[in-house]
Design a protein around this ligand. Sequence first.
Ligand code: NDP
Length: 495
Amino acid sequence: MSEHTKLEHFIGGERVAPKSGEYFASTNPATGETLYEAARGNTADIETAMQAARATFDDPRWRDLTQTRRGHLLRKLGDLIGENAEELARSESRDNGKLLREMRGQLANLPEYYYYYAGLADKIHGDVVPTSDRAVINYTAREPLGVVGAITPWNSPLTLTTSKLAPALCVGNTVVVKPSEYTSATVLRLAELAVEAGFPPGAVNVVTGFGAEAGQALVDHPGLAKISFTGSTATGSRIAAATASRFIGSTLELGGKSPNIVFDDANVANAAMGVVAGIFAAAGQTCIAGSRVFAQRAVYDELLERVTERARSIRIGDPLDDATELGPLAFEAQRDKVASYVDIGRDEGARVLTGGNSSDGGLGGYFYEPTVLVDVDNDMRVVREEIFGPVAAIMPFDSEDEVLRLANDTDYGLAAGVWTSNLSRAHRMASRLEAGTVWVNTYRAMSPMSPRQGFKTSGVGIEHGTETIKEYTRLKSVWINTSEDAVADPFVLRS
Ligand code: NDP
């Protein structure tokens, strides 16, 4: 994409200029240069998108499409993503600074989400429920909700939008997406590909802009049937309050401060790699980052040495270069936030074993060195609050009970890692950790087939798997009396 390309909203299958005529700049975080300008959406643009989405939802060509045909469309969209994978990977890498090689991996996997829900589309049905009267049939049906709003963050725009879009379309909803102001490009392209795949114009709409303007207008729109949101716990909490007061549903995937626990019976070399992957991959900008590392006393020194040595050797640089291992933070304010947290840690008494500095990566961008903090404890802000950057806090522990108490002593409950060769311990830990996902001897494993849910302030509702279908449908119970007998006494309830 050339500099200062103007990106418009995508509404009703067409590029649509913002009603205000205003655009805002989006930068390449590796260089600090303006990459493109995106339409600054407001209430009027959201209104247009909501109308397009509602008209499509009510259109018999979409409403009455067979479930099998909906599955075909999802499969086709998956194919098109595969065919355009390199372009999408490069575009997202430039937009949020994620490594191109990581994006290529994500893009290789992304069609699987569409194939999974394509396969599921015509296997969703209600039940026939037994009644006490053979002449009375009671059945349930799962219906689409209507227009679903999807609000997504900047760290993995395509993947996180897909987690909402694929199941929402699978069951016949239409969608209005408000992507992060920092990463509009690939989500707009995804909406174009949906039309190319054969989805009716208006099934997938994208309004770009700021959270406080376009995002808030979407949340507040009276025609909205549901919001599916990924982002910070603070914004999620506001969205939950707004949707609850209108009795509409929300699925919220929020922040984390996940423990990654290494026992002394673990393969320490593997565990060290798991710790490094857990916190330094994607420059720590993942909700599931293993930012609190607990190492049992007997292996604490060895783990620290291995992790620190690897952290020091991580190659910072251009995310498009295959040799680079750590790209920039997604935007300047995020890099400054990470830097200020490390300063807070220093003031609290933490020791910086490696890292602890901002860098321009030699490119003029917003980089931060992979950082290891020690001499930390559970009361410090750097251990309690989500930093969303490449900063690991590493702490020793003595017993299983102690580490469970420490690991669970957090407001969050998104994920947890356990490294052990003891099967009994693995099961005990998996059962007692207060986290929606627990990985044993691995970290960051994910699949469209595997449902996930954040515990505590990490979220509400389930994404992925068959279980997320309930989040995008409502259940109807239908009673049919087939008897030709006279209707009985009206004051007796039938069962
Ligand atoms: P936000 O929660 O502010 O942003 C997520 C999305 O919500 C963006 O599209 C944003 O738009 C939008 N938004 C913001 N305010 C509103 C609003 N009032 N109504 C509707 N939509 C809104 O997260 P940030 O991007 O500011 O990141 C802050 C922190 O959140 C990070 O440092 C990290 O700790 C956490 N985070 C967690 C993620 C996760 O995967 N769980 C992902 C991203 C962030 P806009 O971009 O224009 O602000």
